[in-house]
Structures are given as C-alpha cells and as structure tokens.
Design a protein around this ligand. Structure first.
Ligand SMILES: [Zn+2]
Length: 215
C-alpha cells in the first residue's frame, strides 16, 4: 500500500522539502517510516555550526575514558563516555557529534594520551628509612624525584611531595608489587596503599578484595 507522509522536521516541527539528501535521526523506538525522525537541512546546518569545540577535558580512571566538552556557544557536556577509534581518527561518545568535531576531539585525545604517557613511572625504588619509607622515581617524561618520604595512613599512601595524580597511581602500583615481594620474603607489614592527600575522592586502591590478589 502506498502511503504518503508529510516531511516534518523532528527538531523544529516545520515541514520541509529535502534537497539531495533526506536526513533522519536513527532511533530504535521508530519502526515505521512515517515515525522516522527526519531532519531538515536547516537543523543539520545548525547542528554542525553548534559543534565547535572550545574545550575538551579527558580523564581516565580504571581504564574508563570520559570527556567533559564545552562548545563555543557555552554548551557543556559532562562525563561523556569516550572511545577513541584509531581507524577513523575520531572519538565516539554518547552524544551525536558531527565528524569534523569527532576528529577534533580525537586530536585533543591524542595530546591527552601523550601527556599521560609522560607521567608513567619508569623507575621506582623504595627504601626503609627509620620508621618510615622513602621512594625515588623517574617518569617516562624525565621527571625525577629522589628520596621522597611517604607513609601509609588508613589505607592510603601519603607522599610528602605533591605529585600529579597519574604519577601517584604509578607509585601506588609499584609499591604494591614491592610489598608483594616483601611478603614473599616474609617481612611485609599489613598491606595498604593509595592516593595522595590532595585526591578529591578518597579511594582505597589496595586490591585486597580480589581473591587473586590482583588490582
Ligand atoms: Zn528543522
């Protein structure tokens, strides 16, 4: 049966005449074509214009990458799950993003990833010093700290110097493996570690909960 449908833009509600292409919103709730959410050229153009990224702040926690995006017009999108796709050079998020903006986002992510790489711990040594401990470490980016005292308090590793959070995580990881070596030698104290004092959300990092003892 032949049916006709008025072309009404699902965004602005106006009827429209498409040019070479008919745009529509892919949506699992819309099965019949008449329910398809068409989009007129004007709204497509607006959407493209709007997606000028002013700022994108990535963060990665426990291998989950999220991004806070601010557009030139001031619109904010917070904690969007972000998945960089190397093949297309774009970042996929929970929002519909025009390709140019997704590529812009990818370039910004690459910078973020390079910065994060620099903060990886390259060498890390722990020493017992009187009642406490000291750590000496270098990062991939060449940052070097010698004999920094630290203590363990309430399950957190408290470093006497303020370092980047990524570096802190690296030290905690290194300290865990140091401790497990100590355990094998039978000289370890109670296992606990994690976090700089400046961390906003305290988060015990010791794996203890895992049956295999892994983080
Ligand atoms: Zn429209």
């Amino acid at each position: 049966m032949i049916r006709s449908v008025d072309l009404i833009c699902s965004r602005c509600g106006k009827s429209f005449v498409p040019k070479e292409r008919l745009f529509y919103q892919d949506d699992f709730t819309a099965a019949p074509l008449k329910d398809t959410k068409f989009i007129c050229d004007e709204c497509m153009a607006k959407w493209h214009d709007r997606w000028k990224i002013k700022d994108a702040v990535f963060s990665e926690r426990d291998y989950v990458l999220t991004v806070d995006i601010t557009l030139e017009d001031g619109t904010r999108f917070e904690h969007l799950d972000a998945t960089p796709i190397e093949e297309t050079g774009t970042v996929v998020t929970g929002e519909d993003i025009p390709e140019e903006a997704a590529k812009d986002l990818f370039a910004r992510w690459e910078k973020f990833a390079a910065e994060k790489e620099k903060k990886q711990i390259k060498d890390c040594f722990f020493e017992k010093k009187g009642e406490g401990y000291e750590v000496s470490f270098t990062t991939v980016g060449g940052e070097k700290h010698d004999h920094v005292p630290f203590s363990i308090k309430d399950g957190y590793l408290i470093l006497e110097e303020d370092v980047d959070e990524d570096i802190m995580e690296g030290i905690v990881t290194a300290y865990k493996s140091y401790l497990s070596q100590e355990t094998m030698l039978g000289t370890s104290e109670s296992p606990a570690a994690a976090s700089a004092a400046r961390r906003k959300r305290p988060r015990p990092a010791w794996p203890g909960t895992g049956p295999d003892g892994k983080a």
